[in-house]
Design a protein around this ligand. Structure first.
Ligand code: ADP
Ligand code: MG
Length: 259
């Protein structure tokens, strides 16, 4: 493996305090394939403080999506432990894990699958219904989530009436409307131009720093890294922490009042 002075192995174990929102200990994930066993995650350790925006880097196929799926409770690791807040996700039954995911986790999938026959507002309402949010507050939450991402005028549109970038933003609104403490987003800015990507990152930073959400997102866009509180890189089935982030050449995130 190539030595890189910017990264260091993150071998620390999680502290069990209230400030640690996401704790991942020695997580492995293996699947059997026709070619034999494939070890996708080989011992991931992460300790993420509450209210942090974490960006996860790595070449295609390095296990970023698999790790996010484990963090969000969609997959159960082969071994190891994942704690979100004071809940040990890996100790829950599948049913309890599903319940926890619906109420406490927001997920933005890489291929933003909004339900095609529901409007944007109905898609968001569905998530809130599953999360048990009282019906009386749905409208306010929908408007708030869409306004936060500049998509209010699209509330009554169907997904196929939106551009790829708008669908991606609608998927983000859907992931946060029930106000989960954890948000896991797989390439949430992949289909956005740099101004839109900057808006999403600005929103994520606000959610993390003002509202205390803990956010883990994957990205290929190196220009976004400096807006992360922490950056990890997937390599050899592990997550290694980058201790320094390259300086950007020009401002990527315009001020709030920019058009
Ligand atoms: N269920 C599965 N069965 C077989 N191979 C899988 C499965 N899930 C992921 N993989 C493989 O594991 C590797 C990591 O996948 P993934 O987590 O999607 O990586 P990334 O998101 O970093 O591109 C890829 O080579 C992928 O093809
Ligand atoms: Mg992926």
């Amino acid at each position: 493996m190539r030595a890189n002075p910017d990264i260091e192995s993150d071998v620390q174990r999680c502290r069990t305090d209230d400030e640690t929102a996401v704790c991942v200990e020695a997580v492995t994930f293996s699947v059997s394939t026709h070619g034999g066993r494939l070890d996708i995650l080989r011992g991931v350790d992460l300790s993420i403080p509450k209210g942090t925006l974490v960006m996860l880097l790595g070449r295609s196929g390095t296990g970023k999506t698999t790790l996010l799926n484990c963090l969000s409770g969609l997959e159960n690791p082969t071994s190891g432990r994942i704690r979100l807040g004071n809940v040990d996700l890996t100790a829950l039954s599948e049913r309890a894990r599903t319940r926890f995911r619906r109420t406490s986790v927001g997920i933005v999938f890489q291929a933003h699958p909004l339900v095609p026959h529901l409007t944007v507002a109905e898609n968001i309402a569905l998530t809130m219904r599953l999360a048990g949010v009282p019906r009386g507050s749905w409208k306010t939450r929908i408007d708030e989530a869409l306004a936060g991402i500049g998509l209010l005028r699209r509330a009554e549109h169907f997904p196929d009436e939106l551009s790829g970038g708008e669908q991606q933003r609608a998927a983000i609104a859907r992931a946060i409307a029930h106000r989960p403490p954890f948000l896991f987003a797989d390439e949430p800015t992949a289909e956005l131009d740099s101004a839109r990507a900057a808006e999403v990152i600005r929103l994520f930073r606000r959610l993390a720093h003002d509202d205390g959400l803990t956010i883990v997102m994957t990205t290929h866009d190196l220009s976004l890294l400096e807006f992360a509180d922490e950056v990890y890189e997937m390599s050899d089935g592990r997550a290694v922490r980058r201790t320094s982030v390259p300086a950007r050449a020009e401002p990527v995130v315009p001020p709030d009042n920019a058009s």
